[in-house]
Design a protein around this ligand. Sequence first.
Ligand SMILES: NC(=O)c1ccc[n+]([C@@H]2O[C@H](COP(=O)([O-])OP(=O)(O)OC[C@H]3O[C@@H](n4cnc5c(N)ncnc54)[C@H](O)[C@@H]3O)[C@@H](O)[C@H]2O)c1
Length: 286
Amino acid sequence: MFTAFEKAKVVVTGGANGIGKTIALGFAKRGSDVAIVDIHGDEAEAAAAELRALGSDAFAITADVSVLEQCGMVFDTVMKKFGRVDVLVNDAGVSALSDVEHIPEKDIRWVYETNVYSHWFMMQKFLPQMRAQKTHCQIINVCSIAGLISMNGAPAYFSSKHAAVALSECVYKQMRAENADIDVSVFCPGYVKTEMHLTDRHRPERFAIRDDEPYYHTEEYAKFVAFNKYLLDNGNDVETAVDSIFKALEKDQFYILDTPKYERLLCEQGVFEAEKVRPVDYYTLN
Ligand SMILES: NC(=O)c1ccc[n+]([C@@H]2O[C@H](COP(=O)([O-])OP(=O)(O)OC[C@H]3O[C@@H](n4cnc5c(N)ncnc54)[C@H](O)[C@@H]3O)[C@@H](O)[C@H]2O)c1
């Protein structure tokens, strides 16, 4: 539960675009000051300028949050500017399509380092400060419905999001066990209308696509991207999806979903998992 928005100090990774930017705007509209952290410094600065126009004391930090040292730099910069932190939103995330055999090793690493390690590293850096502050704090880890169910296709994405949900569950339980005044929530939306099909443009240099790598320059790869765009275009509006976070913050709610669409699938999969028979087929349920 978090409702003390006025002048709250909020950090949003991946805050330059899509869901992260919409979350950052949501906090700014409620009177919070926001640090926009993103791998694209110019886009982070543009988003921060939009937030400042709403009265937020917003600023941009350029960082690749899949790297521990850069998360440390983010922490130091936030402390220098804000002196404390009330809310940490780990939103930065990427996707790689392709099946288990054909996906290049670097894409598995890119997806895991961005979707899982960044949550881990940012919480490592920010949790000690939140605990020491002895004020009520909130962590929101943006995962996905892909962290609760699985489908054929994109195993790197689905498995990374499952890992990210499990990590959040562990931290939630640890905070409860410690009696720490730190709430943890996971946001698990279905498809949301963003430009996430352009995910390749967020690759750090070490995972960049090179001209001499034929895998990325095939018609099949372009079809993956087009299919991803189709799914996103048919998803929830980003404002509606993000609104479910702010509604959930008024309650003590760990799992935050943006649509009831997957409820049957979640139940079915839960039953099959409990009985340990076989995973359910998403396509037969729709
Ligand atoms: N759009 C959807 O349908 C959907 C559904 C479920 C979950 N999600 C999750 O929501 C989050 C945001 O997705 P989106 O749709 O807004 O995507 P997006 O591609 O529009 O935005 C992602 C943002 O993260 C930033 N980013 C990527 N890697 C980074 C890194 N290493 N360091 C710092 N910043 C980095 C990008 O620059 C970009 O601004 C992701 O974690 C994604 O997995 C999206």
